[in-house]
Structure formats: C-alpha cells, structure tokens
Design a protein around this ligand. Structure first.
Ligand code: 5GP
Ligand code: MG
Ligand code: MG
Length: 183
C-alpha cells in the first residue's frame, strides 16, 4: 500500500520509500564490508522485520543464511515489559556462527537485550544487531545496536513491517497514525 490508500488513517509520513531504500542499501554495504571473509547468519525477529530482512538481504552481493525467531514480550498494548517468551525458536544451531539480528525497531530495548543474551548463551562466534529504527528517548536499557537505519521521535509508528493490530505491515512508508485510530 501507498500512503494514499490509507490516507485518513495517517498523521504523518516520517520516512518515504526512497528514504528507507537508500538507507537500507547503505546499511547493506556497511555490513558487507564488516563481514568480508566471514560467513554470516541473519536472524530476523517476526513479524516486524520481514520487510527489512527482504530488502537488506537482497542488497548483498554474497551469500547469507536466514533464520527467524518469533518472540512475544509480555505487556499490555504497545508497551514492552522485558519478560519474553519464545513462540518460535531458530531452526539452526548458531554455535560458532556470526549472527546478525535483524529487527524492525528498538523502542525500550528490553526485547532485544533479552534476545541478545539468549543468543549469546548458545555459543555463537559473534552477535550483532541491525535495526531499521531506534527511538533514543524510549530507551530503558542500553543495547549496543551496531547498524541503525534511523533515529526517530518517541511516537508509535507503522508501515514497512510494523503493525497496528496486525495491519499496516504492507504500507511502503513509515508513518504515524492519526489520533482517532487509537480510540
Ligand atoms: P522494545 O520496547 O522491547 O524495544 O520493543 C519491542 C517490540 O515492540 C519491537 O520489536 C516492535 O515489534 C514493537 N514496537 C516498539 N515500538 C513500536 C512502534 O512504534 N510501532 C510498532 N508498530 N511496533 C513497535
Ligand atoms: Mg520487532
Ligand atoms: Mg506489533
């Protein structure tokens, strides 16, 4: 979907399709340089990371393996609590592997900090994080995110994989929703 297909729902487009694609392309180039000569396994977090995973991985000029985890953060509504449950674990053994976690957004950081320590306990060679978005003002714990697409203000966003009640994931841009959408 384009913004005009859900025009009344959107408050503001924060990032256009070009903004996103250009930045993802830069991030892919950086990742490719950093992992030169090493094999890398991209671990995507369902479902928000589907779009960045698809675009980032296709920008690479080399092989990459891809696996997925689905985790659920206990907490009400749009709040993260840091108490995490694994809904779907990795299919692959990551012992000795270079893992790059691919995420949609770092909000409080609680989910990712739990995930990184969970993955580190499995004996990988390395674990780094790549996130399209980060909300610096929302941070509740320090998470070392090696590759960040954009720092954004502390408001709820949808699009490019990110949902509100499972909708808007297929919106091509990143946008905030109009206030009436929440009531
Ligand atoms: P955390 O607060 O633990 O860093 O964020 C956990 C998860 O909450 C993110 O991976 C993402 O799925 C969801 N989330 C956080 N902020 C937003 C937001 O602004 N919009 C949407 N749609 N999801 C968000
Ligand atoms: Mg996520
Ligand atoms: Mg969600």
């Amino acid at each position: 979907m384009e913004p005009q297909h859900v025009e009344g729902d959107i408050e503001k487009v924060l990032l256009t399709e070009d903004d996103i694609q250009n930045r993802v392309s830069e991030m892919a180039a950086e990742i490719e340089r950093d992992y030169e000569g090493k094999d890398v396994l991209f671990v995507g977090v369902l479902k928000g990371a589907i779009m960045i995973m698809a675009d980032l991985s296709r920008r690479l000029t080399r092989h990459v393996e891809i696996d997925w985890m689905d985790i659920s953060s206990y907490g009400s509504g749009t709040r993260s609590s840091g108490v995490v449950r694994i809904i779907k674990d990795l299919d692959m053994d990551i012992t000795g592997r270079n893992v790059l976690v691919v995420e949609d957004i770092v909000d409080t950081g609680l989910t990712l900090s739990w995930l990184v320590s969970n993955l580190r306990s499995r004996g990988p060679a390395s674990v780094e994080i790549c996130a399209l978005l980060r909300k610096p003002e929302a941070a509740k714990t320090a998470v070392d995110v090696r590759y960040v697409g954009f720092d954004i203000p502390n408001s709820f966003v949808v699009g490019y994989g990110l949902d509100f009640a499972e909708k808007y994931r297929n919106l091509r841009v990143i946008a905030t929703l109009a206030p009436h959408m929440y009531s």
